[in-house]
Each structure stands twice: as structure tokens, then as C-alpha cells.
Design a protein around this ligand. Structure first.
Ligand SMILES: NC(=O)c1ccc[n+]([C@@H]2O[C@H](COP(=O)([O-])OP(=O)(O)OC[C@H]3O[C@@H](n4cnc5c(N)ncnc54)[C@H](O)[C@@H]3O)[C@@H](O)[C@H]2O)c1
Length: 343
């Protein structure tokens, strides 16, 4: 068995997908599409891609891959997802599913209609402490979830240096999706009502960007539980965490805290004081390990062994519905009622 795989969007994450699949014997990554020549050149030299394309539609039509991995920017997921599903191709998409609740609902319906394998890259579910939290909750160790809190914050060089499209995004879209996915997974519940807050000051004054510096959202779930999510990306550049990440879930008779800020390593040296990252995507000897490659390769297992992937389109809808509602609420000042889940 060998699946022909293509990648749409060969930037930071698209290349990580190619690396994660590089030791998977069930897969050959044959082609990638991207607007940027330098990314396509790297695809040929680093990953030995046979073909590269500027237009993903031409690639999909010509290559007829078994599966695609989409890693375009947040707001550019919907069109390639729908195109690939319409072409009968198993599809994996980077988080968030889309940046619009209605589009997300449309994808849920399309996946159901086609019966294709589909997964959203909410890879934190493969990080052992978060996965253990899910198991402990399912085993009844803290009772039913009633309250949650999650914070994810980055230093300002992430939006201003690392992310070329930050001004079209926000700290919530970029940082909180994983937290919202984990919380809805742990609560196993749909969001019903959202109140969001945000402030546009520092990035606006310094760079003229019309995006939020910091955001907070309070989400009520259908069974009465609630959770707060917050994120900022204007910590000073000297902050050693990328990101500063903390989560809490409170049950009827217990609690769980998850502190990922230091990633279990502290160092100081020529680069200053740091908590270097290694838990999500790290090359151990000859192989990429961590939550990200586990998630990517799990999707291939789901196709090969014919089971439902661990992060479904419906799960992706839940996070997008919350994120979309927090932004609408922050923009207008209103409390937003979340649309009924797609059926
Ligand atoms: N799962 C995770 O943990 C995780 C982590 C970081 C980023 N992400 C997500 O991954 C996605 C990509 O982020 P990135 O950091 O790789 O961005 P990036 O800017 O490095 O790469 C995106 C690439 O997509 C290309 N592109 C845009 N539109 C295209 C189109 N229509 N056809 C072909 N190529 C197109 C761009 O030219 C660019 O090279 C985002 O949605 C981001 O939020 C996920």
C-alpha cells in the first residue's frame, strides 16, 4: 500500500508536513502547490518532489492524489478543502478549519455527503498530558466538567517578524484554536453563547495594523458548563515562552491544571534566557516526533485502516464557531448566540 500525497501551501507548516511524512512507508509525497517560487524550490531540493505547481487546482486535477494536506493561511482553507473533497480526495487541513462558522458547517456537511476521510490539525490532542486529561475525564476522575480556563500568549516578534500574514489574523485565531478544541473535547459539548472582548492599540499605533493585541472570550456550553479563553501576542520580545500556555479544567469533584510554559527545559546562553520548544515537533535522531507528526501520520493510519480520524470536521466546526463568535462579539460588543450545530 502506498498513498500518493500532495501538499497545498508549502510554507512553515507545509514543509513540516513533508518532514513528518518523510519516514512513513505508506506514503509518497509527489507534488506541492504554493504561490512562492522559493518554497517550491525547497520542496524539490529538500523533499525530492517530482512536480510543483502555482495553482493547486491544476495540481489536484493532474496528479489525482489519494490524500492532500492543506497548510495555507487561516482564511485560505475553505476553497481548497471544498475543491479537494469535490474531487474525491481524503483531506487534512491545518487549524482552524475555516475562519467562518457557516463555511465550517458547509464542510461538515460535505464530509458527511462524500464519506471521505477528513481531519483538522488540532494536534495538541496527541500531546500526552492533554490526552491523559481526556482519559481521566472520561474515566470520571473529576466528575462532569463545569468550568475551564485557557491562556496562550506569545511575544510580539511572533506577529511582527515570524508571521507575514499576522495583520489579517488575530491572537485568538492564531493561538487559541488548540485550547478551544481541547476544551470542547474534554467537555464533550457544543458552544451555545459567547461574549468576547478585544483591544486594538499597540499593533495599531506601532504598525498601523487593524488587528487585536489581546482578546478574551467567555463561552457557555449546552449542558451549562462555561470556559474562558484568552490570548495576546504583544508580550515583550524578551519573554522566553513561545507560547506561555496554561489550562485548567474544573469538574464537579476535581480539577486538572496543565502548565506548558517552560516545555520542561530551561536554558541561558548566547541567545539569552529561553524555554526551548521540543514537545510538538522535534527531530529525535533521524525521525520527527511529537504531537504534530503524530497527528499527521495518524491521518494516514485512518485512511489505511478505514476508521474515523481523531479530529473530525465537526470538532473543527466547534472551534471555528467559538472563534468566529468571540470575534463578532468583540467587534460589536454584543453577546453572540452560536448557530445550531450542523447536521
Ligand atoms: N497545527 C499547528 O499546530 C499549527 C501551527 C502553526 C500554524 N498552523 C496553521 O498552519 C497554516 C499555515 O501556517 P504557516 O505558518 O505555514 O504559514 P506560511 O505563511 O508559512 O505558509 C502558508 C503558505 O501557503 C501559501 N498559499 C497561500 N494561499 C495559497 C493557495 N491558494 N494555493 C497554494 N499556496 C497558497 C503561501 O504562499 C505560503 O507559502 C495556518 O492556518 C496556521 O494557523 C498550525
Amino acid at each position: 500500500m502506498n498513498f500518493k500525497v500532495n501538499i497545498i501551501g508549502l510554507g512553515i507548516m507545509g514543509k513540516n508536513v513533508a518532514r513528518a511524512l518523510s519516514r512513513n512507508d505508506m506514503v509518497t509525497v509527489t507534488a506541492a502547490a504554493d504561490f512562492k517560487d522559493e518554497n517550491l524550490e525547497e520542496g524539490k531540493t529538500e523533499f525530492g518532489l517530482e512536480k510543483t505547481y502555482k495553482d493547486y487546482k491544476k495540481m489536484v486535477d493532474a496528479e489525482k492524489p489519494d490524500a492532500v494536506f492543506i497548510a495555507t493561511p487561516d482564511w485560505a482553507h475553505y476553497e481548497p478543502v471544498m475543491y479537494c473533497l469535490d474531487a474525491g480526495i481524503h483531506t487534512h487541513v491545518e487549524k482552524p478549519l475555516t475562519t467562518d462558522e457557516k463555511e465550517a458547517a458547509g464542510i461538515v456537511r460535505k464530509v458527511k455527503e462524500t464519506g471521505l476521510k477528513f481531519q483538522v490539525s488540532y494536534n495538541h490532542r496527541w500531546l500526552a498530558p492533554y490526552n491523559a486529561t481526556w482519559n481521566m475525564i472520561r474515566e470520571g476522575k473529576i466528575g462532569n466538567c463545569i468550568m475551564g480556563y485557557a491562556r496562550k500568549n506569545n511575544p510580539i516578534n511572533v506577529p511582527t517578524v515570524m508571521l507575514p500574514w499576522a495583520k489579517q489574523s488575530s491572537p485568538m485565531w492564531f493561538l487559541s484554536g488548540h485550547d478551544i478544541d481541547l476544551m470542547t473535547w474534554w467537555f464533550d459539548d457544543d458552544p451555545v453563547e459567547v461574549k468576547g472582548f478585544g483591544i486594538k492599540r499597540v499593533l495599531k499605533e506601532k504598525y498601523g495594523w487593524d488587528t487585536y493585541d489581546a482578546m478574551q472570550g467567555l463561552v457557555k456550553f449546552s449542558k451549562g458548563g462555561f470556559a474562558t479563553f484568552e490570548s495576546t501576542w504583544i508580550y515583550p520580545e524578551c519573554h522566553p515562552a513561545m507560547p506561555d500556555s496554561f489550562m485548567e479544567v474544573v469538574g464537579e469533584h476535581g480539577h486538572i491544571h496543565l502548565d506548558r510554559k517552560t516545555e520542561a527545559i530551561e536554558m541561558s546562553g548566547s541567545d539569552g534566557f529561553k524555554w526551548p520548544r521540543s514537545l510538538l515537533n522535534y527531530k529525535v535522531f533521524d525521525k520527527w516526533v511529537g504531537a504534530f507528526p503524530s497527528c499527521i501520520n495518524s491521518f494516514i493510519d485512518a485512511i489505511a485502516e478505514d476508521w474515523e480520524p481523531y479530529v473530525t470536521a465537526y470538532d473543527g466546526w466547534r472551534s471555528t464557531a467559538v472563534l468566529d463568535a468571540i470575534h463578532r462579539s468583540a467587534d460589536t460588543g454584543d453577546t453572540v448566540t452560536v448557530s445550531a450545530p450542523p447536521v
